[in-house]
Write a protein that binds this ligand. Structure first.
Ligand code: GLU
Length: 580
């Protein structure tokens, strides 16, 4: 056996008291939320995904190779949050060229979808339907990401996922519970019940779950390439499933068929987009531009905070409230989003001026990002005040850095936990229900109404922070529109309140998205409820907000990888270790 010399620097710090300290050269056998060392690092929600990423890094792969490999593994082990029929956004730092790129792998509406296609449909009914399935973006995104920035082929990057799908993974409490929460609808589809309710019940905690169909699907995708999905046989099967969902005989569920055609799959493209960029406390923060509202909303809120003389939790909530008012009024996958104005210092100052001793009255109207800013202007008289619709705690986020300094923040999703609930028969994966992220309407003028080929507005906010041209942090989270507030709150915790990164992630959260009530975790209520209610906030319990992953670059190649210590069962942070 090869003796492994652990460099003094490659120590592993853990917040979880039960977690053993493990030499950084061996992937830990169980999840630990914090790892520190050299040679690259990763944080995901899942041990198998983090191990896959670290294995790729150790074999000389770069951060993008590792991110795609881990993303494909999450399609196996976190199949209710992500998968090859989903979509996502990547923010990537290319260390050699010193450039930040973003890749939009968001699902699209079929060409037959119009502004009224979702009108009048009950939300819950749309969730579990063929109609809500967007044209998948994940595979095209992986392919583009690897071609532009990777060293592995898609075929190579899929190998760890093939292995995990065929050998199986150990069912944990989160997987079990998510299956149980979905059981009522999973049983209504023959394909889904056969895969996820074996013997009629969710797989037991501690049992090994294998997905040979998905292993075979990934294998064939590896062999045939993305064209197999985007116009080939797999694409035809997806279209067939969307149009004629395999409803269990005797089920009374009203399952609406979808509008997707093979031509929609053929037309799909993952897209390179300009990142959003704001200055904040001397740092530069890059994020995801439309069709995500992540970069613009986090960016605007940071600009507002930057314009204030003092920042506490009240200011954090108010900046978020105002930024969401503007997001809801102006951001979507449409031409002419006033992105530059939304992210301008002038606009931020005008918005910051509204923040006083007491909370802004609900709902906060949007501002006027028109380039003409006074010290404290009245709100827009044309755009209506729109509160943010409710969203669930789905999705996942991962971060990877490699030994060369490349960094990826990658948010991936199939929208609801369990997507649209429909497994493509014999293929081992769920379809997304991303099109429920559109505004259903009627809502004249809303930037997020459906349209042919349009991408639904997202809240995903993979984020990179730079100091003097060097990356200092990468972060992101799941959680629908709370993604934005979770990212914002971690940045506020770190850079305003001076917490270290593990504390900044673990700290109790609250989320204000231009809603009447501010949702907050119990520990946040315990600490701030009295103070905030005295200032006009109305707080309500949300037991768990977000499940973030992040990296901090500590200098000289040293990285701290951080995942959740507790939320969603805790995540998995690892460093690749140094071979110097
Ligand atoms: N569909 C959501 C979005 O793009 C992500 C899924 C979620 O976290 O709810 O914003």
């Amino acid at each position: 056996m090869r003796r492994v010399i652990v460099p003094a620097a490659a120590v592993l710090v853990s917040l979880a008291p039960a977690a053993p300290a493990v030499a950084a050269h061996h992937p830990p056998p169980q999840k630990v939320p914090v790892a520190e060392g050299h040679g690259g690092a990763v944080a995901t929600v899942d041990l198998d995904a983090s191990r896959a990423a670290v294995a790729v890094l150790r074999r000389g792969g770069n951060a993008m190779d590792a991110a795609v490999a881990a993303g494909a593994v999450l399609g196996v082990t976190e199949p209710y949050s992500a998968g090859l029929a989903g979509g996502g956004f990547m923010v990537y730092y290319d260390a050699r060229r010193r450039q930040v790129h973003t890749i939009d792998g968001r699902e699209t509406a079929p060409r037959a979808m119009t502004s009224t296609s979702l009108e009048g449909i009950p939300f819950e009914e749309a969730v579990t339907s063929g109609l809500s399935a967007g044209v998948p973006g994940a595979v095209a995104q992986w392919d583009l990401a690897l071609r532009r920035f990777g060293t592995l082929s898609l075929r190579q990057a899929l190998q760890p996922a093939i292995e995990v799908a065929s050998k199986g993974f150990v069912v944990d409490q989160t997987f079990h519970d998510q299956t149980a929460q979905n059981a009522a609808r999973f049983k209504d589809f023959t394909s889904t019940a056969a895969l996820y309710l074996p013997g009629g019940a969710p797989p037991a905690v501690g049992s090994v779950f294998r997905n040979p169909d998905l292993a075979a699907t990934y294998r064939e995708l590896a062999r045939r390439g993305p064209g197999w999905l985007y116009g080939g046989r797999l694409g035809s099967e997806i279209v067939e499933t969307v149009k004629r969902p395999p409803v269990t005989p005797g089920s009374t569920r009203n399952v609406r068929p979808g509008l997707m055609e093979l031509g929609d799959l053929r037309a799909y493209r993952a897209l390179m987009r300009e990142p959003t960029r704001v200055g904040y406390r001397g740092l530069t923060v890059y994020g995801m531009a439309p069709p995500s509202s992540g970069g613009s909303t986090v960016g605007e809120a940071l600009n507002i905070l930057d314009a204030l003389p003092r920042v506490g939790v009240h200011e954090y909530l108010e900046a978020s409230r105002l930024a969401f008012a503007d997001r809801n009024a102006y951001v979507g996958d449409i031409p002419g989003v006033p992105l530059r104005e939304l992210l301008s210092d002038g606009f931020a100052k005008e918005r910051a001026c509204l923040i006083g001793e007491r909370a802004v009255k609900h709902p906060a109207p949007p501002g006027a990002p028109d380039g003409d800013y006074g010290p404290c202007a009245p709100p827009s008289d044309t755009a209506p005040a729109t509160p943010t619709a409710a969203e669930g705690p789905e999705t996942t986020h991962l971060v990877v850095a490699d030994r060369w300094g490349n960094v990826v923040a990658y948010n991936l999703t199939i929208e609801s936990t369990g997507g649209n609930g429909i497994v493509v028969p014999g293929r081992g994966f769920l379809l997304n229900n991303e099109l429920t992220d559109f505004t259903f309407g009627p809502a004249p003028g809303d930037p997020n109404l459906p349209a042919p080929g349009k991408r639904p507005r997202s809240s995903m906010a993979p984020t990179l922070v730079f100091d003097d041209g060097r990356p200092v942090m990468a972060l992101g989270s799941p959680g629908g529109s709370t993604i934005i507030t979770t990212v914002l709150q971690i940045l506020v915790n770190r850079y305003e309140f001076g917490m270290r990164l593990p504390e900044a992630l673990a700290a109790p959260r609250a989320t204000q998205r231009n809603t009447a009530q501010t949702q907050a975790e119990q520990a946040f209520l315990d600490a701030y409820e009295t103070e905030l209610e005295a200032r006009g906030h109305d707080l309500v319990l949300n037991p768990e907000i977000g499940a973030a992953t992040a990296l901090e670059f500590l200098g000289r190649g040293r990285i701290q990888a951080v995942a959740e210590p507790v939320r969603r069962g805790g995540g998995s942070a690892m460093v690749a270790g140094s071979h110097r």
